[in-house]
Design a protein around this ligand. Structure first.
Ligand code: GLU
Length: 505
């Protein structure tokens, strides 16, 4: 077992966590657990302009709900903390100085106006401005200043940035665990900003410094970060550090397969793209979450695990533990994974059936209480056991079982037409007589007695069973009528039959 595996999930607290982010966290978690390693949570909050109140709590609560636990993080200190980048500012300043000292980074004093002018000029010539090896010598930066001039400039103002000095004319040989060998010519790269005038590092610098200091061995993250890979590998080399292994996960695509799954797709097609409900602190807008929509965390993790990975067999149901044992980075797909909301509901149906019945009862009781129905727990348990296989969500329980708790107030017209015939009244009156004579009112006993009785009357089964069901349920649906009858009891069964006779004859 490879015990020094260390991976991290490094979200920026800029809003709710998209399910793509949950999948990234999940794969990191699975990989760490599979190899007996550590999984870290690092909050990348250096971009103060994008900081959103409550986002970090949301991220932690989401992971917690999914059962994705981390070994080190903001509230779980290890020996690499702090785990919030805004608390590590001094570290980045120290490291960017090292790059300045070894000539791999430089100060740039260009103002926004100067850069804008350059951009416009390039645009007019039909090209795109890029700050890099080809033009940096002619721009407003420290590369051409003497050390005295530079010191003077720095003393005068702190309105400067620090840029990475991309090596010119070099072919970078990169390796991705999922995508394999990638070759990039540094010609296409620009000199990215590493440190901003506000004294904060950019994502690139902070991310690399932290991955190094936190002894991260594998960087597993979304495909959207693949374009940053050449810079990141160059930064490791510039620092003289060992490069971790990289794995870029495939995009999660819209159900149509055309483009990346967005929040808008969820709104339009009616499914959440966030694990938990999120209320935007600025606009007050609420976005739906899997938890609040009644999904189980097992559904979400199973569904996400299979969006981009499988174990090489036809197995589709995976508990977290099972996935942990079987997860392999080499089995993560290269191409985008189509999101499938129906499949999600299929998983949900499965996991609802696996829930302990007591948990389902506990969730159903408040729904009943809202209707001022307060049955005994054992009674609700009996009902839930009978109807759960027809349900995908607890929220459907009432519709599937209301007749166990209250008499139908009206009869479904179509069902009544089909089930209640001219002679139904006569037969239901006879059935009442039969039921009245029964001493025992268990499901099996009522069934045996009523069936016997039907046979001796030489009747078609439907003649009795259909109006009976209609009377008890109000429609032609629901579980075994004898089960319903025995649950609601003899008096209630007879009362419902009488009501039906009154209403339908
Ligand atoms: N902070 C980045 C994000 O929000 C982290 C990317 C990475 O994992 O390197 O996704």
């Amino acid at each position: 077992m490879d015990t020094n595996v260390r991976v991290r999930f490094a979200p920026s607290p800029t809003g709710p966590l998209h399910i793509g982010g949950v999948r990234t966290a999940l794969y990191n978690y699975l990989f760490a657990k599979k190899h007996g390693g550590d999984f870290l949570l690092r909050i990348e909050d250096t971009d103060q302009t994008r900081f959103v109140e409550g986002a970090e709590e949301y991220i932690k609560e989401s992971l917690d709900w999914c059962g994705i636990s981390y070994d080190e993080g903001p509230e779980k200190p290890g020996d690499c903390g702090p785990y919030r980048q805004s608390e590590r500012k001094d570290i980045y300043a120290e490291y960017v100085d090292k790059l300045i000292d070894n000539g791999r980074a430089y100060y740039a004093f260009d103002t926004e106006e100067e850069l804008d002018a350059k951009r416009k000029e390039a645009e007019n010539q039909g090209t795109k401005f890029s700050y890099g090896p080809k033009n940096r010598d002619s721009l407003n930066n420290s590369l051409s200043l003497s050390s005295d001039e530079l010191q003077k400039k720095l003393a005068e103002s702190d309105d400067y940035v620090i840029r990475f000095k991309t090596e010119a004319h070099k072919t970078l040989e990169l390796h991705d665990e999922i995508r394999g060998y990638i070759e990039v010519d540094t010609e296409v790269l620009d000199d990215k900003i590493l440190f901003k005038s506000d004294g904060m590092p950019t994502y690139h610098l902070a991310n690399i410094v932290d991955d190094h200091l936190m002894r991260i061995t594998h960087v597993i993250r979304g495909e959207e970060w693949l374009p940053s890979l050449p810079l990141h590998v160059s930064l490791y080399e510039a620092f003289g550090w060992e490069v971790p292994k990289f794995a870029h996960l495939p995009l999660i695509l819209k159900p149509s397969g055309k483009g990346k799954l967005s929040k808008r797709d969820g709104d339009q097609l009616g499914f959440p793209v966030f694990p938990l409900e999120w209320k935007d602190p600025k606009t007050g807008n609420v976005s739906a979450g899997y938890r609040e929509e009644g999904y189980l965390p097992e559904t979400l993790t199973n569904m996400l695990a299979l969006l981009g990975w499988n174990d090489g067999t036809d197995q589709e149901f995976f508990s977290l533990e099972d996935m942990t044992q079987k997860f392999e980075l080499s089995r993560v797909h290269k191409s985008g994974a189509k999101f499938d909301p129906e499949k999600t509901d299929w998983f949900q149906h499965h996991y609802l059936q696996e829930q302990p019945v007591g948990d389902l009862v506990d969730e159903f009781l408040p729904i009943l209480a809202q209707k001022e129905i307060y049955p005994e727990k054992v009674y609700v348990e009996e009902v839930v056991k009978t109807i759960r296989e027809r349900a995908t969500f607890v929220s459907e329980f009432w519709e599937l079982s209301f007749f166990y708790f209250e008499a139908p107030k009206k009869f479904d017209e179509k069902s009544a037409k089909k089930a209640w015939k001219k002679d139904s009244e006569e037969w239901m009156r006879a059935l009442i007589g039969k039921l009245q004579s029964l001493e025992e009112f268990s499901q099996a006993h009522i069934q045996a007695e009523v069936k016997d009785w039907i046979n001796t009357q030489e009747l078609g089964f439907g003649k009795i069973m259909q109006p009976l069901r209609l009377s008890l349920v109000g429609a032609m649906r629901g579980p075994d009528v004898f089960h319903i009858a025995s649950c609601i009891g003899k008096a209630e069964t007879i009362s419902r039959l009488n009501f039906a006779i009154e209403e339908l004859s």
